[in-house]
Design a protein around this ligand. Structure first.
Ligand SMILES: [Zn+2]
Length: 473
């Protein structure tokens, strides 16, 4: 027998089984018992929150013999699933369901909707369930609108959408709107454990929580993940199984990175991130997992102060944007974490030459304070490229930056030069041209670390750029 997906198997059979949407099942139970069901519902919510399931339950309920008999029913009796109608409605020609995403042409929709004007063949009410209503063309929407405004007898519409803002007001205002919430993790997790039990598999609590978190409020996603783990499992599904099956970085790997950053240990950060890289995941996936983990920590208030965690999340989020489309995402992530581990170190490294490094300051002129100010305003990623450079004023309108290594010069021209010129122009009140040059023969300015931190930073920077050109400036 073909394996039936958990999501199909887990579909609610009655309103009481509608997980995480109690406000909807309560409202609909009241509507059934007071005979105030509408002929048009608009079901709104993220994917996997139960919109289509609810529409099917309602369609069934509108034809259920017990409901039609006017008995007072509880949520677990709506629909009854026992009467002839309940048992046959799934195969009824009066029960029409389609996905607007795949039936978008006006002709398709018109053909399907034209049936609304004919009396139901075997049911009490003819039902139309239309998924992703916002994908329909304007013409198709208009024909639905007409049907809702002047409904033929014994017809009901269930219009579902994930994007309410794309549904015309005219439709919204004529439907009873049901808003589906994201299903909380605390609701998904025990449900998954119960589902696994039914399959005679033990789903560990941590494993269930992890899946629930990944599902981000969607029961369908949660059950799909559980399905994947179940396919690989023996008698038990552990957190490690979930991580492995779904290709995730483990929480302990992520915690190692977070602890290393929080304890300002760059060596530990390096070790932890390399460990995470060995999982074979892309650095973007690792960064995303890191954000999720940080949010969890923030939520559970396990440790650290909130503003530190917020900064951490912001920095990683910015790194993800930089990583997208970058050829060196691993380096960006590593550098971001290094910076977080030692927030003050960057400013030491990019500080312009000061008196105690005479070899460099000899190359500078009276404008050195301006260089200083400008470097301070640059984003750290650009400032890093300027580690070890020599500024030279060519004329009043031209400044030359001499790089020791060609790779830094190349990165700077590509990613930092325009910004640097803009800041220069702002400071000087006129356009300043930046020339760049590489002089690998130039004597390396002596690195006299003012403190242990800056020395360590230079070691790191050197490693990051895989070049020996990083000098203190
Ligand atoms: Zn029934």
């Amino acid at each position: 027998m073909a394996y039936e997906a958990l999501y199909t198997r887990g579909r609610p059979k009655n309103l009481a089984q509608l997980i995480g949407q109690e406000h909807i099942s309560n409202a609909l139970t009241r509507a059934v018992n007071s005979k105030r069901l509408s002929h048009a519902y608009l079901l709104v919510g993220t994917r996997g929150t139960g919109k289509t399931s609810t529409a099917r339950l309602l369609a069934k309920a509108m034809n259920c013999e017990k409901v039609l008999a006017g008995q007072s029913l509880s949520a677990n009796e709506i629909p009854c699933n026992e009467c002839t109608s309940c048992k046959t409605i799934d195969y009824s020609p009066d029960n029409i369901e389609f996905d607007a995403a795949s039936n978008r042409s006006v002709d398709d929709v018109t053909r399907l909707l034209s049936g609304a004007y004919l009396a139901p063949i075997q049911s009490h009410v003819k039902t139309f369930i239309i998924d992703e209503i916002h994908m329909l063309s304007n013409e198709a929407i208009n024909s639905i609108l007409k049907l809702i405004e002047e409904p033929p007898p014994n017809v009901a519409f269930f219009l579902a959408t994930t994007e309410i803002n794309k549904v015309p007001m005219t439709i919204r205002s004529r439907c009873q709107v049901l808003n589906f919430r994201l299903i909380p993790q605390e609701t998904i997790s025990p449900y998954l454990i119960a589902m696994a039990n039914k399959l005679s598999v033990e789903l560990e609590n941590d494993a269930a929580k992890k899946i629930a978190r990944l599902a981000e409020g969607s029961m369908r996603d949660a059950l799909t993940y559980l399905d994947q783990c179940y396919a690989m499992a023996d008698k038990k599904i552990t957190l490690a199984d979930v991580n492995e099956t779904l290709g995730l970085v483990s929480d302990s790997d992520l915690d190692e990175i977070i602890s290393a950053v929080q304890s300002h240990s760059r060596a530990e950060v390096g070790r932890a991130i390399n460990h995470a890289f060995r999982s074979g995941l892309s650095s973007i996936s690792i960064a995303e997992a890191l954000i999720t983990r940080l949010r969890d920590i923030e939520f559970e208030n396990l440790r650290g102060n909130i503003s530190d965690l917020d900064n951490f999340v912001d920095a990683v989020r910015k790194a993800i944007l930089e990583m997208q489309g970058s050829g060196v995402p691993d380096i960006i992530l590593e550098m971001t974490l290094m910076k977080l581990a030692a927030p003050k170190i960057i400013s030491v490294a990019v500080a312009p030459p000061v008196e105690e490094t005479p070899t460099v300051s000899a190359n500078l002129n009276e404008d050195k304070n301006i260089f200083h100010d400008i470097v301070k305003e640059l984003p750290n990623s650009t400032a890093m490229m300027l580690a070890g450079v020599v500024f030279e004023k060519i004329s009043d309108d031209v400044v030359k930056i001499i790089f020791h290594g060609a790779s830094n010069e190349k990165s700077f021209v590509k990613r930092g030069k325009a910004e640097f010129e803009k800041l220069f122009a702002q400071k000087f009140g006129r356009p300043i041209e930046i020339e760049t040059a590489v002089d690998s023969d130039s004597p390396k300015p002596k690195v006299e670390a003012r403190n242990e931190q800056s020395k360590n930073f230079l070691d790191t920077a050197q490693k990051v750029f895989e070049s020996d050109s990083v000098k203190k400036i």
